[in-house]
Design a binder for this molecule. Structure first.
Ligand code: UD1
Length: 377
């Protein structure tokens, strides 16, 4: 039997309420930090909410410390689970928060399960929702993030894009032009304002590395690590790469779990220097001094472009095409020949130089705040 919720507020009751800024998983924290700081500087009544999707200290707390953001005002503590369990848990808990705090707006970032969960809750309560990093499309609906991106953009009314391809994708999907605002890449705000601390983090020395003489490797996509055949074949390719350059691999917890269950940990430890997930300063310090980066991450494609470090993306596609057309990124998928020739080109000095895309200038959060405040006013 379905019941209607007697406490469901009307949107008119929300107009004076706070803005709720939502974060849940590691790639969210460097996107909310600059925005939180600008909101505070402008005296905007802001609630910082953490869904708890990521909860290990080195997947969450260390980013709050490094990025100088305070503990969240509200922590939903949902933890891990299947996609349905995790998304539903965030929705149930976040709806209660909206009933209690009557926000004037919800701001969600990126493409993780917490993003879509909070966007759905806001949309159904008629609370305006802004999406930071809107419009990105890989075209690959087998990626959970692509499902989250497409659906979040469909139900948010303020779409803040990092690059022109985002605007083009949204217009092609029929989004009204007045809902789309190209404000630039907020993750680069965090990168630029923390670069000095990153370079002073001492990570290169701590790991006994030599600047410019190692490759940073990250891998955690279900498409690469959940399938034993694909993961094993990538490890074989990486073994060949490791004969040309030292590999450093800060390992995501899901990757470690899969490597252990497929019996690949021993091989990985023999071909790469494996570390726990690193904090923000140490990780940016590590990539800034890398010869190259091999990754299946989204954000890392952008950070390497901003830093001018060659990047080989081990995925069949990217939702961040500007890192290819303008930046240092090349798509190599899981294809051994492409990975090896990409590495060889970089080691022989033929890596892509790239340039910094328009509006990746460290001021995206200011522009986002202008749009958001303008909307509320
Ligand atoms: C999520 C995002 C992905 C992002 C990635 C960055 C979705 C759909 N995916 O993937 O886009 O690139 O975060 O990390 O939201 N775990 C821990 N400790 C933690 C968090 C997770 O051990 O603090 C382990 C758990 O076993 C968990 C698994 O990692 O089941 C996966 O975590 P989950 O948040 O479901 O997805 P990610 O792979 O991290």
């Amino acid at each position: 039997m379905f019941k209607t919720h007697s406490r469901r507020p009307k949107y008119s009751e929300h107009m004076e309420g706070p803005i709720i800024l939502v974060a849940g998983a590691r790639p969210n924290f460097m996107k909310i930090a600059p925005l939180y700081k600008v909101f505070k500087q402008r005296n905007i009544n802001t609630i910082l909410l953490h869904s708890g999707q990521h909860y290990d200290a080195n997947m969450s707390q260390i980013f709050f410390d490094d990025l100088g953001i305070p503990a969240p005002d509200i922590h939903l503590e949902v933890g891990s689970g299947s996609h349905a369990v995790q998304t539903a848990a965030v929705m149930v808990a976040f709806e209660e928060v909206c009933f209690e705090h009557k926000p004037s707006m919800v701001v969600v970032v990126g493409d993780v399960n917490s993003t879509i969960a909070c966007a759905i809750v806001a949309a159904k309560l008629h609370i305006p929702c802004a999406h930071v990093e809107a419009g990105l499309r890989s075209g690959d609906m087998k990626m959970p993030e692509e499902v989250n991106r497409v659906l979040t953009d469909r139900i948010c009314s303020i779409l803040l894009t990092p690059s022109p391809d985002g605007d083009e994708n949204l217009l092609a999907e029929g989004v009204p032009a007045e809902n789309i605002h190209m404000v630039g890449n907020v993750m680069i705000d965090s990168l630029l304002s923390n670069l000095e601390k990153a370079k002073a983090s001492g990570i290169v020395e701590r790991l006994g590395l030599v600047e410019g003489e190692y490759a940073t490797l990250t891998m955690h996509r279900p498409g690469n690590v959940d399938d034993e055949v694909v993961f094993t074949s990538l490890v074989e390719t990486l073994e060949i790469v490791s004969s040309s350059i030292q590999l450093v691999f800060p390992m995501h917890p899901r990757t470690r779990a899969r490597a252990e269950s497929f019996g690949l940990m021993g091989k990985l430890e023999s071909i790469a220097l494996i570390t726990e997930p690193l904090g923000y300063h140490e990780f940016q310090g590590l990539i800034a001094s890398s010869k190259l980066v091999l990754t299946d991450s989204g954000g890392l494609q952008e950070e390497t472009t901003a830093l001018g470090i060659p990047c080989l993306t081990m995925r069949p596609n990217t939702e961040r095409p500007i890192t290819i057309t303008e930046g240092t990124n090349i798509i190599v998928g899981s294809d051994q020949a492409k990975i090896l020739s990409g590495v060889e080109d970089i080691l022989s000095g033929q890596g892509k130089a790239g340039r910094i895309p328009h509006l990746w200038d460290g001021k995206a959060a200011e522009r986002m705040a202008d749009v958001i405040i303008g909307h509320i006013a």
